[in-house]
Write a protein that binds this ligand. Structure first.
Ligand SMILES: O=P(O)(O)OC[C@@H](O)[C@@H](O)c1c[nH]c2ccccc12
Length: 249
């Protein structure tokens, strides 16, 4: 498609001017566990969390605390987010930026690229059939990386049909909104059976509160952990991140 060619050319131009590519995959390839720190104003499960958050400052605080990537929830309706937050986080930090939204259309991928996203999230439960594979491919052709989120083994099987370099296991049940850390445990076992010796990186998502949680997920073999609410409720996320990472480095 000609539009893809124009946009990826534009991307190359942009990348030549800007600093080297920020890679989520590299951020997840360290020897110890990496935290992807999330900026979000609100959520369906918690309601308002920090509606007046200064995304630029948060991004700097997360980087200072040792986060290796930043996730920005840009979804408007349930999470009160916008793309401006993503742009601010990108400008004020050196970390790779993951865009989190309900992504189901090609246009959203182009929009993410132009807003400065280094990676985009896809949620298997809202993407039917070949759509997931097509969107993952488009994002990767345009130079972005992808994280594909699953909640159960059926969704995991779907995710593995795509070329995504990272898979996220969400501990939150989207119907009841409750969090069960046991989900990550059983899904990581299933993953190793389905794809032994895989090169993909694995991320545990949602409900992480304590350094014991971090340690446990590291022991289970996760490359990264995505932490939102716990960090957003803190007035000093830099020291909280250092504390959460304390026993792992
Ligand atoms: O705030 P928590 O419990 O740390 O969770 C973070 C993250 O996993 C969660 O925000 C999330 C997971 N998948 C999503 C998809 C869209 C928006 C948000 C999300």
């Amino acid at each position: 498609m000609i539009l893809d060619q124009i946009v990826s050319k534009k991307y190359e131009e942009l990348m030549n001017i800007k600093a080297p590519k920020r890679s989520l995959y590299d951020a997840l390839s360290c020897d110890d566990i990496s935290i992807i720190a999330e900026i979000k104003r609100a959520s369906p499960s918690a309601g308002a969390i920090a509606e007046d958050v200064d995304a630029a400052n948060r991004a700097r605080q997360y980087e200072a605390g040792g986060a290796r990537a930043i996730s920005v929830v840009t979804e408007r309706h349930f999470f009160k987010g916008d793309l401006k937050m993503l742009q601010l986080a990108k400008e004020s930090s050196n970390l790779p930026i993951l865009r989190k939204d309900f992504m189901f259309d090609e246009l959203q991928i182009y929009e993410s690229l132009f807003a400065g996203a280094d990676a985009v999230l896809f949620i298997v439960s809202i993407l039917k059939g070949n759509k997931l594979c097509d969107l993952v491919k488009l994002a990767q052709d345009l130079g972005m990386e992808t994280l594909v989120e699953v909640h159960d083994e059926d969704e995991l099987t779907e995710a593995l049909k795509s070329d995504a370099k990272a898979i996220g296991f969400n501990n939150r049940d989207l119907k009841t909104m409750t969090v069960d850390m046991g989900r990550c445990e059983s899904l990581i076992k299933a993953f190793h059976l389905l794809e032994p010796g895989s090169e993909r990186k694995l991320v545990a998502e949602s409900g992480v509160r304590t350094k014991e949680d971090v340690k446990r997920l590291q022991e289970l073999g996760f490359d990264g952990i995505l932490i939102g609410e716990t960090l957003m409720r803190s007035s000093n996320p830099t020291s909280l991140l250092k504390e959460l990472l304390g026993d792992t480095r």
